[in-house]
Design a protein around this ligand. Structure first.
Ligand code: UGA
Length: 435
């Protein structure tokens, strides 16, 4: 089928290359000239395992083309996915400017039947608003249908998640349009659930917010475990055997970051407030999440007797492994606290250092190092922030010997307490007796 994907962020680019790989003719559009130049050269503007190879192969077969024109993409395609950014405003509500601008451009170009699909995570009611904008921009109502088809991929495993989804949700008021969109996914082996527009929009928020609540739930238990001497990993393992609870997303740590859970929890809170519903449960999950990193930083501060004059080594900067995304990354909270209180940072991340450099600017209190081993030199404490595999296989005995103080805080429970103690460290982690 002929498909357009507007927006080449994590969702848009992955959707475009996967659909092209599955044999569709895909034209993907962005308005950023730097991104376009990279894409045309077969270079992925984001770090996401496997995407660059699939970009190169789909460009080579001619199944994927890159364009800067929404008009061209609309005219050439039957199905148009909107996958542009939906950032947050200060109050947590969702900034819909990009989605609505794209809808306007699409609407002005619709001359024959098109299906316009919302892939971005958008507030409830957006599907109907997009339909209104399409019509206002000149599209005849009989020439289009709007569908909500939310994306569930995770950064770091986006390609696998898109190629092997748990489910596909198609929210539409028009059964024929929903059937036509299912054709796009006919080679995917997973359940397809057809719902109304509003239900599909809500499923995406309900899923992300549930994951956020689940993580905050175990993180709240990590605090109790630290007080009563239990180990939160044992608690999570014991809970996880129950099929109704499941083992996944019960990893206690520094709390959720990234571009989705923080934004979507605040977005849903704003929407539910507007609707007159006080979603106290979700509000509490956000509070637990904010407290989790503050409490961890407090523990390091207390152990060091304050950050002033101290050097803190950070292993990992990205919000999670296998991505260069640093949005709402816990590393930024630690950098901010340490440097504001007169301390220095040494840090390393396999792929996210450039993004942190552009976020905080170049200064002499944050030193970017070439490896985890280099980070440790003359540090007063080493903090594991992102559980990249590379940090699990370092020679910690040697690392301990290069430090001022042999103190290690493991924010992700990624290292073995026994091994770290035999390497000479005083080892502290989240939710356990250690510390
Ligand atoms: C999340 C959802 O998992 C995806 O299904 C969804 O499509 C995506 O948002 C989106 O809306 O686009 P993502 O933000 O990429 O995906 O990453 P997750 O794997 O969900 O991790 C989010 C955060 O939770 C990370 O900071 C991670 O470190 C943390 N986390 C995750 C925990 O602290 N404990 C866990 O057990 C799992």
């Amino acid at each position: 089928m002929k498909i357009a994907v507007i927006g080449t962020g994590y969702v848009g680019l992955v959707t475009a290359v996967v659909l092209a790989d599955r044999g569709h003719d895909v034209i993907t559009v962005d308005n950023n000239p730097e991104k376009l130049a990279k894409l045309r050269a077969g270079i992925s503007p984001i770090y996401e395992p496997g995407v660059e190879d699939m970009l190169a192969s789909t460009l080579a077969t001619g199944r994927l083309t890159i364009s800067d024109s929404v008009a061209e993409a609309t005219q050439m395609s039957e199905i148009i996915f909107i996958a542009v950014g939906t950032p947050s405003w200060e109050d947590g509500s969702v900034d819909m400017a990009y989605v609505y601008q794209v809808a306007k451009e699409i609407g002005s170009q619709i001359k024959s039947y098109k299906i316009v699909v919302n892939k971005s995570t958008v507030p409830i009611g957006t599907g109907r608003e997009v339909a209104r904008i399409l019509q206002e921009a000149g599209a005849d109502a009989k020439n289009f249908d709007v569908i909500s088809n939310p994306e569930f991929l995770r950064e770091g495993s986006a390609l696998k998640d898109t190629l092997e989804p748990d489910r596909i949700i198609i929210g539409s008021m028009v059964p024929d349009a929903a059937d036509r969109l299912s054709e796009v996914y006919k080679s995917f082996d997973c359940p397809i659930l057809k719902t109304t527009l509003e239900s599909a929009e809500l499923i995406k928020y309900a899923s992300n917010c549930f994951l956020a609540v689940k993580i905050s739930y175990i993180n709240a238990f990590s605090r109790i475990a630290e007080i009563c001497g239990a180990d939160v990993a044992d608690v999570a393992a014991g809970m996880g055997f129950d099929d109704r609870i499941g083992k996944k997303f019960l990893q206690a740590g520094l709390g959720w970051g990234g571009s989705c859970l923080p934004k979507d929890t605040l977005g849903l809170l704003a929407t539910s407030r507007e609707m007159g519903y006080d979603f106290g449960l979700l509000e509490a999950a956000v509070t637990v999440n904010n407290d989790q990193i503050d409490h961890f930083i407090d523990r390091i501060r207390t152990k060091l007797g304050g950050f002033n004059g101290k050097t803190v080594g950070l292993l990992g900067l990205a919000f999670k492994p296998n991505t260069d995304d640093i949005r709402y990354a816990k590393s930024l909270d630690i950098i901010q606290a340490v440097t504001a209180e007169g301390g220095k940072i040494r840090c390393h991340d396999p792929v996210a250092m450039d993004n942190v450099r552009s976020e905080i600017g170049v200064n002499d209190v944050v030193v970017f190092c070439n490896s985890g081993e280099e980070v440790a030199h003359d540090c007063d404490v080493l903090v594991l922030v992102t559980e990249w595999a590379i940090f699990k296989s370092m020679d910690y005995a040697q690392i301990a010997n290069s430090m001022n103080e042999k103190i290690l805080f493991d924010g992700r429970r990624a290292l073995s307490p026994a091994e770290m103690e035999s390497a000479g460290f005083e080892y502290f982690t989240v939710g356990s007796l250690h510390g």
